[in-house]
Design a protein around this ligand. Structure first.
Ligand SMILES: [Zn+2]
Length: 168
């Protein structure tokens, strides 16, 4: 399974710092409900979402940020789950407390060829979690369900560098 990349070629990503990308505007979003805090809340730099009271406010490029209600995960550079949105809890039949700190492949499996697909899923998450620019799109399925194919859009988010995986 090849990685369909909408960004730069992979080899360029490794040598190109995020600062040299043309990242576009950053937007804030809640790690749980996906809502975007208003400008006032963003300026207050509150870390907890005012809409649901559960999620932390993260930020990413506008073109990769989830919308309210979207299914998405946030993972760290060890490929461990940091956050699961309400939409992803439903889609993956899990709950955030159960999913946090588990490995990405406990929740998502590549839907392509096992070896190369798993490799590219893990690699894309690892790159994004290091703050590399670019966006990777990989076909996956829930680890606990066959017959469902999801498109995972993987990009970096912050403020602490992490991988944002939006499922559609
Ligand atoms: Zn929220």
């Amino acid at each position: 399974m090849h990685t369909a990349s909408t960004g730069r070629p992979v080899l360029r990503l490794l040598s190109t710092p995020l600062e040299r990308e043309a990242p576009g505007p950053l937007v804030s979003f809640c790690s749980h409900c996906g809502s975007h805090p208003g400008a006032a809340a963003a300026q207050a730099r509150s870390r907890v979402c005012e809409t649901c009271g559960l999620g932390l406010i993260l930020e990413s490029r506008a073109d990769v940020a989830p919308d309210a209600g979207d299914a998405f995960l946030v993972l760290d550079r060890s490929l461990a789950v940091c956050a699961v949105s309400a939409g992803a809890e439903y889609l993956l039949a899990t709950s955030e407390p159960d999913a946090v700190n588990r490995h990405v492949t406990d929740l998502l499996m590549p839907a392509g060829t096992e070896d190369t697909g798993g490799h590219s899923l893990a690699m894309a998450v690892a790159w994004a979690a290091r703050g590399e620019g670019g966006t990777h799109t990989i076909v996956v399925r829930p680890a606990n369900t066959f017959g469902i194919r999801l498109t995972a859009r993987i990009a970096s988010c912050g403020p602490t560098p992490a991988a944002l995986v939006v499922l559609a």
